[in-house]
Write a protein that binds this ligand. Structure first.
Ligand SMILES: [Zn+2]
Length: 446
């Protein structure tokens, strides 16, 4: 059984992730991504861009994080995007009401319709709405007219641009607008490391369809997503679960939502949602802005408000799931080895280059020559001459590097090198002139 503590320990020890503001005792729900974390994140995002841009009629967009209040008034977030909280009248700790009722803070204590604090037994207040959006002000005065919000989803920036895409890009249904960007939610109980955090990155696609379209686009995007997880990111199929949200759990905008869950060591949880938002958003923005956001279908000569299918992927959640999926422990020569069996597509470092010994100038010079040559083609490459070869292999195994190339004495004679495979542990000898072909074959670009 994999333990989340071991995985978190590895991610911190190897510099994928750091607690934000650690030297000031940290800030709960915020994390920094180190060099390897950023490389891994970028691979996920780039592979996602390739995946969706291969589809027909997908367009990109980037909109501001700070969002005008009117947008969230129209979208319903000001009114509906909240958690119910109860506060202890004695110790003033606050608890999410639904989590409290589930017993996740400890035993539920109830007497005469009153609930009591799981920490100090003080009386709890009635549940109060707590909006999850971060508030800010645009301009020099802090008043309601200058109030704005950090977006809790990137989607609204897409909806308010709908008209631009049909007019300027002359898009025809069905078409999609995609955005990668930060979103913010003032979660009361951030938890499970980078799984539930307050500042996170989303990859969202709003896929606009004719309301009379009979194709099941929800299933279409689910199938495409599953293919991406398994065949491109390298997830084990058995660790992914499809979950249909029951009616009562649906977000205020959704008619139907399918989620992709990953079997994390701490339990199954969501890494992607695919919601049928119907015409909820465009309709609301049409009403609130007074702009005609209807779409003219030139085949049927009718104006319609398109429906929206929204697949929404969480970057940090996918990153954590990938590392959980890849994490493995085995034994080499009776010694325990920790290894991340990441697909070469996503591995933050693809190739490590070592001189066999660090005190032989000939080996070092040759190693640097090979390193410089490969770096012209692969930026995700590392040079390491510290410690024994065994120790260097272990370090690369722990960060998921699929290939380690070693320059030895034979290399100086015949210009060949050993390449060691992380998973099979097999070593092959490859000539300098064959290196690029070798890696091109193993590290597929698609
Ligand atoms: Zn209390």
């Amino acid at each position: 059984m994999k333990k989340i503590e071991d995985i978190i320990n590895l991610m911190i020890r190897r510099g994928f992730v750091f607690q934000s503001y650690e030297i000031y005792s940290g800030l709960k729900g915020f994390y920094d991504f180190g060099h390897l974390g950023v490389l891994l994140k970028n691979n996920i995002k780039n592979l996602w861009l390739k995946f969706i841009l291969k589809e027909d009629n997908i367009f990109l967009l980037e909109t501001p994080i700070i969002t005008k209040s009117e947008v969230f008034k129209a979208s319903g977030h000001l009114e509906n995007f909240y958690d119910l909280l109860v506060e202890c009248k004695s110790c003033h700790n606050r608890f999410r009401y639904d989590v409290y009722l589930k017993g996740d803070y400890g035993k539920v204590k109830k007497n005469n319709e009153k609930f009591f604090c799981p920490l100090c037994n003080g009386e709890l207040t009635e549940p109060k709405k707590f909006n999850l959006m971060f508030k800010t002000y645009v301009g020099p005065t802090e008043e309601s007219s200058t109030q704005a919000f950090l977006r809790p989803e990137t989607a609204q920036g897409i909806f308010v641009n709908f008209d631009n895409y049909t007019k300027i890009y002359r898009t025809k249904l069905p078409f999609g607008i995609a955005q990668i960007g930060k979103a913010f939610r003032n979660e009361i109980t951030p938890k499970n490391f980078i799984f539930r955090i307050k500042e996170f990155e989303q990859m969202e696609l709003e896929y606009f369809i004719d309301p009379n379209d009979k194709i099941d686009w929800l299933s279409y995007w689910l199938d495409k997503s599953m293919n991406w997880y398994i065949n491109i990111l390298g997830f084990k199929k058995d660790n992914l679960i499809i979950y249909e949200q029951p009616q009562k759990e649906l977000a205020h905008y959704s008619k139907k939502t399918l989620d992709v869950y990953y079997k994390f060591p701490f339990g199954e949880d969501e890494i992607q949602g695919i919601a049928n938002r119907g015409d909820y958003d465009l309709n609301s923005h049409l009403k609130f802005s007074g702009k005609d956001l209807r779409y003219f279908n030139d085949k049927t000569k009718q104006k319609v408000i398109p429906y929206v299918i929204e697949p929404s992927w969480g970057v940090e959640r996918i990153l954590l799931a990938l590392i959980c999926d890849a994490y493995d422990e085995d034994e080499i020569n009776n010694e325990k080895r920790i290894v991340l069996r990441l697909s070469p597509n996503v591995a933050p470092i693809k190739i490590a280059v070592f001189p066999l010994l660090s005190n032989k100038e000939g080996l070092i010079n040759k190693a640097k020559e090979v390193f410089d040559h490969l770096k012209e083609y692969y930026l995700e490459i590392i040079y390491d001459e510290n410690g024994s070869i065994g120790k260097r292999y272990r370090r690369q195994d722990e960060i998921g590097t699929p290939f380690c190339l070693t320059i030895d004495f034979q290399s100086l004679e015949d210009n060949t090198f050993t390449i060691r495979n992380r998973d099979t542990l097999q070593q092959e000898r490859v000539h300098f002139n064959e290196l690029l072909n070798y890696f091109k074959e193993k590290i597929k670009k698609f």
